[in-house]
Design a protein around this ligand. Structure first.
Ligand SMILES: Nc1nc2c(ncn2[C@@H]2O[C@H](COP(=O)(O)OP(=O)(O)OP(=O)(O)O)[C@@H](O)[C@H]2O)c(=O)[nH]1
Ligand SMILES: [Mg+2]
Length: 183
């Protein structure tokens, strides 16, 4: 079984940085050469089953309308990245989530909302209160529970790859549960 997972979010929120940390920190992760889109592949074991993950890095601003449906099609889940110093990037999270659900061809799928650049909390004056993101995901979970879709929120810093294994397993487990509940 292969799961296609996208890394989505506004321009400059740190998607590529996060993507690179996956390559460094996930055992067996391998970057595949691709002209248009960055892709990393690795396997994770979920409930004894080996799952192949294809993780795609999607640029925040180059994605035009006509390209979207192509990128989203067949996506089983996504990381939606915002910058904790950019309220706009958090406000746009629902836009990315909605687009993904509209174009992936599966309807609702699990997402992991990522508040990136947590290291800036110490020095930056205007940072988003994580309560807002937690509440957003809580409401999202209520709206997707009928479809057996469970979503997550984590705050991280792409400066380190700490905790990435846990974050990917959380999302992959939710995708696994969702897909097994459906069949
Ligand atoms: N302090 C800090 N800076 C970060 C972090 N993650 C990314 N950055 C910086 O933020 C800038 C944008 O990061 P990218 O990873 O290129 O962002 P992106 O989301 O891929 O941007 P697009 O591809 O244009 O959509 C870079 O200067 C990074 O060094 C982080 O966790 N902490
Ligand atoms: Mg990028």
């Amino acid at each position: 079984m292969t799961y296609k997972i996208l890394v989505l979010g506004d321009y400059g929120t740190g998607k590529t940085s996060l993507f690179q940390q996956f390559e460094k920190n996930i055992p067996g992760a391998e970057r595949k050469l691709s002209i248009k889109l960055d892709l990393i592949e690795f396997t994770r074991k979920i409930e004894g089953e080996e799952i192949r993950i294809q993780l795609f890095d999607i640029p925040g601003r180059e994605l035009t309308n006509e390209y979207r449906s192509k990128h989203y099609l067949g996506t089983h889940g996504a990381f939606i990245v915002f910058d904790i110093c950019s309220p706009n990037s958090f406000r746009h999270a629902p836009f990315w989530i909605e687009e993904l659900m509209n174009y992936n061809g599966f309807g609702k799928v699990p997402i992991s909302l990522i508040g990136n650049k947590a290291d800036l909390r110490a020095t930056s004056q205007k940072t988003l209160n994580p309560i807002d993101a937690k509440e957003y995901v809580f409401r999202l979970n209520r709206s997707t529970q009928k479809q057996n879709v469970e979503n997550h929120f984590n705050e991280i810093s792409s400066k380190s790859g700490k905790g990435l294994g846990i974050i990917i397993d959380q999302l992959v487990t939710s995708i696994y549960k969702h897909r097994n509940a459906k069949t």
